[in-house]
Write a protein that binds this ligand. Structure first.
Ligand code: ADP
Length: 503
């Protein structure tokens, strides 16, 4: 039934078999990993793919999705579907796989569409990424891809529900619900942007750590409030929130960057709530041997032993198929921030039992717990006989500052803009300190400070600002200001700063 091929005595079938044999030898021996998909099903892999992945064809046929790193899964899926739909070749991309040892390996891949009879198939060419590959580029690729994916769901919700809200016939109850979804989606977007921005800043060493004194109890009160809101948003009614504050003022006054410590705790607490369905999330602090020790403990799903050290890596999420939101950056940012504060972070976890993250932050200045400290109440500050000039355009902020200073005995002068500040100083050269708002009408704080320092280079100026820009601290100190304090103003910190520089 087969036609004989002249001079060779071979049938067409023989020739096909021979060609297949030769082609297969080539495909098996080249050092490019090749995988062929037919109707989205893996139908062929060569030796190089088996070597790169450390798995057999049989294993890959049934568990391919399982070996792709969770944070790359959607990127792969998008590329695969994209190439099938457009019927064209696409550029190379990078993704991570989990090796049998649990280690992560980075691969470079290119998909090409192939026609297999009448159907479309996909031909994947895969290479291991050499250690010389530019890691920054890889991070950027991953970050952009993850970021684009994570933006999609909140944006969809915002656009979708905003459209529905145009419909006059929806009930007030439904309207309230939809507005809540929109609000929550906006909050998710903000968190994503924050993580994205912090990750970038950390990569370029652009995060500066403050060293100010603040009351850790106030920070824990806010953390408690935010955790309860988060619990409500995530519908975790069966999870108890437990906030432990063992010390009272002034023993609870610590040194550090309150805003960044809050960011670290919120990261840990939101993970704890996210990964706990019943039981509790407990956060507490203590001050031992010159260190501030912070703990966040949960009774959640726990972390597999082989993943414990890996979760602090960028884009790492436990497992392989992504089920939770987030960029997988939270713990990487947390660890970086702790290290910037010269601290340590440890985790103890047992699957099915729960996890505890413990952070230890050294306290530069010794924390004295003297017998008088045991009583509550703020330390006394006495500035009687001293003059403090407050430059502040917002009346409400001035009233707050005046209230803070009212018991110190200082004489207070108020200038409502930079120009008034310069003339008031000219008329009162005995001013012991100027509290300068940097953003003021008519003449801003920077110009006013420079003019005043020309008149009297020794007058202490403490700048007050919201620190909205990265380079603001540097700008303030370059102007010649003695010190700065961040808004919202912490009362004790302000009084301490004034006490240390007032003349
Ligand atoms: P993500 O944005 O995914 O939350 P993170 O860096 O904060 O990224 O966390 C990385 C991964 O570590 C999480 O996806 C989760 O798998 C695991 N993880 C973090 N905290 C916990 C916890 N308290 N319990 C269980 N798993 C956790």
């Amino acid at each position: 039934m087969y036609t004989s091929i002249a001079n060779h005595g071979l049938t067409v079938k023989d020739k096909l078999i021979e060609n297949y044999y030769i082609l297969n030898q080539i495909v098996q021996s080249i050092d490019t990993g090749i995988a062929v998909f037919y109707e989205k099903q893996l139908v062929h892999v060569n030796n190089e793919i088996r070597r790169i992945t450390g798995r057999t064809y049989k294993y890959l046929e049934n568990n391919l999705i399982e070996i792709i790193s969770k944070s790359d899964f959607f990127k792969m899926k998008r590329k695969f579907i994209g190439v099938l739909k457009n019927y064209s070749d696409k550029e190379e991309f990078y993704f991570n796989i989990i090796m049998p040892s649990g280690d992560t390996k980075t691969l470079r891949c290119k998909f090409t569409v192939v026609r297999i009879v009448e159907k479309k198939g996909v031909f994947a060419m895969v290479h291991e990424v050499s250690k010389h590959y530019d890691n920054n580029q890889l991070n950027k690729d991953d970050l952009c891809s993850n970021f684009a994916h994570e933006l999609r769901s909140p944006l969809n919700a915002i656009i979708g529900f905003s459209n529905i809200l145009n419909d006059d016939s929806i009930s007030t109850d439904d309207r309230t619900h939809y507005l809540k979804y929109i609000r929550n989606s906006c909050i998710s977007l903000l968190h994503l942007l924050d993580d994205f921005s912090d990750f970038n800043k950390l990569q370029h060493n652009k995060i500066q750590i403050e060293e100010i004194s603040f009351d850790i109890n106030n920070l824990f009160d806010e953390l408690d409030e935010r955790s309860r809101m988060l619990r409500a948003e995530l519908h975790k009614d069966d999870v108890d929130i437990v906030c432990i504050k063992p010390l009272r003022q002034p023993s609870s006054i610590v040194f550090g960057d309150a805003q960044r410590i809050m960011q670290i705790l919120i990261n840990l607490v939101s993970n704890a709530i996210k990964f706990t369905s019943t039981g509790s999330v407990t956060f507490s602090y203590n001050i031992t041997q010159g260190s501030l020790v912070l703990s966040v403990k949960d009774t959640g799903i726990g972390i597999p032993r082989d993943m414990i050290t890996k979760i602090f890596g960028r884009f790492t999420q436990v497992g392989t198929v992504k089920t939770n939101n987030g960029l997988g950056l939270g713990l990487a940012i947390t660890k970086n921030l702790v290290e910037l504060m010269h601290g340590t972070i440890d985790v103890k976890s047992e699957e099915g039992v729960g996890s505890e993250f413990v952070i230890c932050l050294p306290q530069k200045k010794p924390i004295h717990i003297s017998s008088s400290d045991k009583s509550s109440g703020a330390p006394e500050f006495n500035f009687s006989g001293k003059k403090i000039l407050i430059a502040e355009d917002a009346r409400i902020n001035y009233i707050l500052l005046e209230k803070i200073l009212s018991k110190t005995g200082a004489t207070i002068l108020w200038a409502q803009d930079g120009e008034e500040c310069v003339s008031l100083f000219n008329a009162n050269r005995d001013v012991g300190l100027i509290l300068m708002d940097m953003q003021m009408p008519v003449k801003d704080g920077y110009t006013a400070a420079r003019e005043i320092l020309k008149i009297d280079p020794k007058v202490p100026i403490v700048a007050q600002t919201a620190f909205s820009m990265d380079d603001e601290r540097e700008r303030i100190l370059n102007t010649g200001c003695t010190d700065y304090i961040a808004k919202p103003i912490d009362r004790i910190e302000l009084l301490r700063k004034i006490a240390s520089v007032i003349r």
